[in-house]
Ligand binder design. Structure first.
Ligand code: BES
Ligand code: ZN
Length: 456
């Protein structure tokens, strides 16, 4: 390992410079205008996999954005095969004016690299690429068999990935899946995540009269779609944060006493949390702590809402239409399709006849709980100790990586979530960044991890 670790240390700056090239590509998967950039990014990933020494590299087209694959399978049949998964697509950048520097012009400030995708997930994908490079460049081999799959649609629900995996089960056959697309619990607290939430994302559209109306002539006599939509939204949740949709909690996998005890031991400072967000009070379902609410319990949130006049000044108008995007984070065991139906039925039930209400499902994904007692996890603990000089904590996270559930069901492989982001690195927001110490320690940890995995 000595020469490998030396290579990683010697190339600390060089790796950051190389990462910048990846971060410059605006691979926003949800935006049709960026389709060519997403493709360009897949080509970049392919070139990187070639550069670091993987074999059998391919760009697989899907009905959406491509999947990139590469492998190195010469460690021998007695060594485990590790499937590494990540995504090269990124979230949109709006509101652009809130970025200190342009989102696709990576900048290093105060030990962080700022750019869209730096933490989620290009920087973390790059950690794996550089760990592989460090082994292959210095020893001409890897201690384990590696398969690497990087997709371009994670941020839009991995819509075509399940089908790709289903069709390529042999290609992807493995003993463990390793994913770096989560966050560490806090600065200097390396973490292994063992639970992710699922998602059901809905759009509700409300139409009233066939055209915008003068609110003086018609107000009071015709229902206003914005008011009607607001009433609908208010009835979805009580004022303590409990979701009121019939049957919503039926399949919820409740937190065990042991889990709740572990949650309570995590080094969480609620005061600091509130200060960081400039809020006076936390909010959520009664009977649960902030950490439990944010990762172990389901939620419902309005992500966007529009309708009527939004310009400067006042316009007296009774609008014809209003709409909202509403997402529900689900916990393991809750089926997105079932929740979509419960949501739709409930919204229809509470909608007044004076407006037309349509409900669409945009996308969804299942939550996951991963085993924490496997040799693959023990090896990860050892690797993190070596990479960060500290034992990792075990956490559950509130975000979603839909494919983790698919890996567990279709490939029957336990997934290990080793995240190197931080909760305050602004993933999905302006000024997204990645801490460069964690980037470096991440590369060291993964390099050690391959070694540790070869011993099991
Ligand atoms: N990296 C995140 C997942 C994540 C977020 C894990 C926060 C842990 C904490 C991932 O890229 C992501 O944003 N996923 C989407 C999935 C969705 C579009 C189905 C998410 O969670 O919104
Ligand atoms: Zn994301």
């Amino acid at each position: 390992m000595e020469n490998i670790l030396k290579y990683i240390n010697d190339n600390r700056e060089e790796f950051v410079d190389e990462l910048k090239e990846f971060l410059r590509i605006p691979s926003i998967s949800t935006n049709p205008d960026n389709k060519k950039d997403v493709r360009k990014c897949a080509e970049y990933v392919k070139a990187q996999l070639e550069k670091i020494g993987l074999e059998n590299i391919n760009i697989y087209d899907t009905p959406g954005h491509p999947v990139v694959y590469g492998e190195w399978l010469k460690a021998g049949v007695d060594k485990p095969t590790i499937l590494i998964y990540g995504h090269y697509d990124v979230q949109p950048v709006d509101p652009l004016e809130l970025w200190t520097d342009p989102p696709f012009e990576p900048t290093v400030r105060d030990g962080n690299i700022f750019a869209r995708g730096s933490a989620d997930d290009k920087g973390q994908v790059f950690i794996h690429m550089k760990s592989i490079e460090s082994h292959l460049k210095n020893t001409n081999k890897l201690p384990v068999n590696i398969k690497f799959i990087i997709e371009g649609e994670e941020e839009i629900g991995s819509v075509n990935l399940d089908n790709f995996i289903e069709k390529n089960k042999d290609l992807l056959k493995c003993d463990y899946v390793v994913v770096s697309d989560t966050a560490m619990f806090d600065h200097d607290v390396p973490s292994i995540c063992y639970g992710l939430r699922g998602l059901a994302y809905m759009q509700v559209e409300v139409t009233g009269p066939n055209r915008d109306l003068h609110s003086g002539s018609f107000g009071g006599a015709v229902n206003n779609p914005i008011n009607a939509l607001s009433h609908i939204i208010c009835k979805l949740k009580d004022d303590k944060g409990k979701i009121l949709i019939d049957g919503f909690y039926d399949d919820v996998l409740n937190l065990t006493d042991k889990e709740r005890l572990e949650y309570s031991k995590l080094p969480f400072d609620e005061k600091k949390y509130m200060e960081g967000l400039e809020i006076n009070e936390v909010f959520g379902e009664e009977g649960y702590s902030t950490l439990e609410r944010a990762s172990g319990r389901p939620t419902l949130d309005c992500n966007g809402i529009w309708g009527g006049f939004q310009g400067e000044g006042a316009k007296t108008v009774l609008p014809s239409k209003a709409a909202a995007k509403i997402s529900m984070r689900l916990v393991p065991n809750q089926e997105p399709e079932k929740i979509e139906k419960l949501f739709t039925d409930f919204v229809k039930k509470i909608s007044p006849d004076s407006v037309k209400v349509t409900v669409k499902s945009l996308h969804g994904g299942k939550g996951a709980i991963t085993p924490i007692d496997s040799p693959g996890v023990n090896a990860a603990v050892e690797a993190m100790k070596k990479g960060f000089g500290k034992s990792p904590v075990f956490t559950r996270e509130g975000g979603s990586i839909p494919v983790v559930n698919t890996f567990q069901t279709l490939l029957n492989a336990p997934t290990i979530l080793l995240g190197f982001g931080l909760p305050d690195e602004n993933a999905h927001s302006p000024d997204e960044h990645l801490n460069l110490n964690n980037f470096h320690n991440g590369i060291l940890s993964i390099a050690h991890y391959f070694n540790e995995l070869s011993k099991i």
